[in-house]
Design a protein around this ligand. Structure first.
Ligand code: CP3
Length: 392
């Protein structure tokens, strides 16, 4: 059993100085980490210097601090993004033009130097290539013009061929790799089948998910055939992203947790497993991260998908999450995005609390969900400064 609470030194100039001596000493001989609860965990392998910190951390290698990036780190809270939106008001254009995708993905990289640079895109980007037109309308969010609700509608859905439909994604990922070199990991992402299905059945965002639940609970075979199409398509999309430069890929299942556990086991879990199995066959070393917001009631089920990292939202205590997920899997998260509206001292405190609870191995520091519009940029800068000053 591993421990969840290790005596790591968190951010303060004194602790950084103290621990640089510890880390240089510990490089020469393997050691076990003594945990406050009195148990030992296996000594991590020594990290590769040529690989980005994030990949080393996911593999359980010895790292000096947790890697850090933020979900939605590129976006509307940044002045530079707002200015670009004035010039290019269409979300589809911003996310489908190679130069704009690269420029926007690099905006947070240039300012904050995160350890992960996520492609600027959307989980809905593959939809037109599957014969499902959509747009993202200011003030309204995603809009699916012809929602999918019948067997005939599902029959019209095409499986996705990324190199034909979204060549700009591959090109952008390749350029991002050249830009960030091994200083950060380039991250790709996809939507999970149930979450994508919820958008296309509901016709956009939804509060009560009544349309997809009506379909699930009255014509489950129709929903299953739609989910299967998304499963095949997203497995191919992940492989395509990896082949073009993504070094880890996050699967967003933002809405599966609207399902009760028994329905999650029918309509989401088997498809996530299929995606992971398919990707691992051809890309066994590609780390896969699963984010399912509101998954506190489902945590024990998530490692069975086969993903390498589970991204926790902030409603789960990090120490409890670690314990419930088991020690083999890496964790990501999970500071409340709302904390970034607090004082700098409060932000520091919450980062330290999360890092202490996650322990000194297999943790990617992140928020528990995407940055909220209106978050002060200087607080985001503070978050990264504190995070990057941490030494285990
Ligand atoms: O993290 C990043 O920086 C990468 C970019 C990214 C976007 N969307 C850009 C975007 C990522 C990873 C996503 C994923 C995404 N898209 C999810 C899963 C993550 C989550 O939040 O649970 C979901 C559910 C979507 C669907 C979607 N796209 C929504 C709900 C919205 C917001 C609509 C609104 O107007 O508030 C979008 C649009 C979108 N995608 C924005 C961004 C930055 C905001 C609109 C804009 O910038 O013009």
């Amino acid at each position: 059993m591993s421990c969840i609470s290790c005596p790591i030194s968190l951010y303060s100039p004194a602790s950084v100085a103290r621990n640089s001596a510890i880390s240089s000493r510990s490089k020469s001989k393997p050691f076990a980490i003594r945990c406050t609860v009195g148990e030992y965990i296996e000594a991590p392998k020594v990290a590769s210097v040529t690989e980005p910190l994030l990949l080393n951390a996911v593999r359980g290698e010895k790292v000096e601090r947790p890697p850090v990036w933020l979900m939605r780190q590129a976006g509307r809270y940044m002045k530079s993004y707002q200015l670009l939106c004035e010039k290019y008001p269409s979300f589809r254009e911003r996310s489908e033009n190679v130069d704009l995708v690269v420029e926007i993905s690099l905006q947070p990289w240039k300012v904050f130097r995160p350890d992960g640079v996520i492609l600027f895109s959307d989980i809905l980007t593959p939809l037109p290539g599957m014969n499902i037109p959509f747009d993202i309308v200011k003030g309204k969010g995603p809009v699916i013009y012809s929602p999918i609700r019948t067997a005939d509608d599902v029959a019209q859905v095409r499986e996705f061929v990324p190199e034909e439909s979204v060549p700009y994604v591959g090109e952008a990922l390749t350029i991002l790799r050249e830009e960030v070199k091994s200083d950060a990991a380039v991250l790709g992402f996809v939507g999970a089948p149930f979450t994508l299905a919820s958008y296309v059945v509901e016709g956009g965002s939804s509060k009560h998910f009544t349309k997809i639940k009506r379909l699930a609970f009255s014509q489950p075979q129709v929903l299953h055939s739609l989910l299967q199409k998304f499963t095949n398509s997203m497995a191919e999309y992940i492989k395509y992203q990896a082949d073009n430069g993504a070094q880890a890929v996050q699967i967003f299942d933002s809405w599966a947790t609207e399902l009760s556990p028994v329905d999650f086991e029918e309509f989401s879990l088997p498809y996530l497993k299929q995606i992971v199995d398919s990707v691992k066959k051809t890309h066994p070393d590609l780390p896969l991260i699963l984010y399912a917001s509101g998954s506190g009631g489902l945590l024990e089920r998530l490692p069975s998908t086969g993903v390498d990292v589970v991204s926790l939202d902030w409603t789960v205590d990090m120490a409890e999450g670690r314990r419930r997920l088991g020690s083999d899997i890496a964790v990501q998260g999970n500071v409340d995005p709302g904390v970034l509206f607090g004082s700098t001292e409060f932000i520091t405190e919450r980062i330290n609390d999360t890092v202490r609870k996650a322990g000194s191995s297999k943790h990617i520091l992140n928020l528990g969900h995407g940055i909220v519009v209106g978050t002060p940029e200087e607080n985001v800068a503070h978050f990264f400064e504190v995070a990057k000053g941490i030494r285990y």
